[in-house]
Design a binder for this molecule. Structure first.
Ligand code: ADP
Length: 366
């Protein structure tokens, strides 16, 4: 089958456009019919105007844009068999049995279910009079080939050293901290920077290291209950040594050893109450997800998009996901990567951080 569709699903990330562009252009170059699906799984279920044939020039000038120009949406209907049956019907009506999904772990997990159930949808659609698909179409689309590409600013997917968007988000954070550090220096202030990363502290760790932060709070490093004393000691020591400012990084997922959330507000209050500091909070929020992708993310997404098309043509019985390993793009089993990602979460819950790092993969550890 020479037709292929690409969609983006779940939370957006910078670089998704570069991946779409690469999929469309490599497919066109190889003589395939390529379709873009608007608004993720919602578009797949709605069909008609949401599944549109694309050509080389439809993806011009999107490389430098953040977000996803074909839209993304969370779609509850795709969580149901009826929804997925409708999605299968819309693809088969267009003779499409190759699908590339660009999204986070939720989207890829859903995609894997869709691929596994595909033959049951084909059989059901053949039986079902009012939604008839032809025998010929059912034979042409007897199996679904599916490849995933991970777009996530959090770098929270096991098996790949980097996910698309994480490098750009890190740049956004570092730019913001650098800007704030200059004014903090002038006024001898302390800034508490809240960054994204509910389950993965990648953005917080890297930004803390590269901005010489004085303290950092992340999920993977639950704080002992005496963290306020430690925090005050670190911050005071820095000031005694002549530092005119302090930067504290708080990741969204920050917790203490009892699993209680540590918020930016709590950190600020400690510094104000105990050290009488002029402390301010900056929540970076969606700034981290927006704006132009970095050169690294454009390159990563372009390479993953190209490899995804080549991978899907090989037709496999399992869902593959594109991963970056030691600077090479490799195809891995999606199920293995999702299971490793789940094991990371379990290890963190059990305070076994060595195991968590092991499941994240060696590239992440470096
Ligand atoms: P992300 O892909 O960024 O992790 P979500 O977890 O919200 O985002 O998933 C995006 C969409 O993927 C959901 O709205 C739903 O349509 C689909 N999806 C997620 N999990 C499943 C699942 N278990 N079964 C079927 N579809 C799913």
């Amino acid at each position: 089958n020479k037709s292929l569709a690409v969609l983006t699903s779940g939370g957006d990330s910078q670089g998704m456009n570069a991946a779409i562009r690469s999929v469309v252009r490599v497919s066109t170059q190889l003589g395939l019919n390529v379709y873009i699906v608007k608004e993720g799984y919602y578009g797949l279920i709605t069909g008609e105007d949401y599944i549109v044939k694309a050509n080389w020039f439809d993806v011009s000038s999107i490389l430098s844009l953040g977000g996803t120009f074909i839209g993304t949406k969370r779609c509850m209907e795709f969580m149901t068999k009826e929804g997925r049956l409708e999605a299968a019907r819309n693809l088969i009506l267009l003779d499409i049995s190759n699908l590339i999904v660009i999204g986070g772990d939720g989207s890829l997990f859903g995609a894997n279910i869709f691929r596994k159930e595909w033959s049951s949808y084909v059989n059901e659609l053949l039986k079902c009079g009012n939604r008839l698909i032809s025998q010929e179409a059912s034979e042409k689309c007897a199996r679904l080939n599916l490849v995933g590409i991970v777009g996530s600013i959090d770098n929270d997917f096991s098996g790949t050293d980097m996910t698309i968007g994480a490098d750009t988000a890190l740049h956004r954070i570092i730019e913001a901290i650098d800007s704030i550090a200059s004014t903090a220096f002038s006024h001898q202030r302390t800034f508490i920077m809240e960054v994204m990363g509910r389950t993965c502290g990648y953005l917080a760790i890297k930004s803390a290291l590269m901005c010489e932060a004085d303290y950092m709070f992340i999920k993977e490093w639950p704080q002992k209950l005496d963290w306020p004393e430690k925090l005050c000691k670190n911050v005071s020591l820095a000031r005694e040594m002549g530092k005119r400012l302090n930067i504290i990084i708080v990741s969204e997922g920050a917790v203490d050893e009892n699993g209680n959330t540590i918020t930016s507000e709590m950190v600020k209050n400690i510094l104000v109450d105990r050290l009488n500091q002029d402390a301010r909070i900056t929540v970076l929020g969606h700034v981290q997800r927006g704006g132009s992708p970095s050169a690294f993310d454009r390159t990563l997404a372009t390479r993953m998009g190209a490899h995804a098309v080549l991978s899907i043509l090989k037709a496999s019985d399992e869902t593959k996901v594109m991963c970056l390993k030691s600077n090479a793009i490799v195809e891995s089993s999606l199920v293995d990567c999702v299971q490793a990602t789940i094991k990371v979460a379990e290890a963190i819950k059990n305070n076994d951080f060595e195991k968590a790092l092991e499941y994240r993969g060696p590239g992440f550890k470096n």
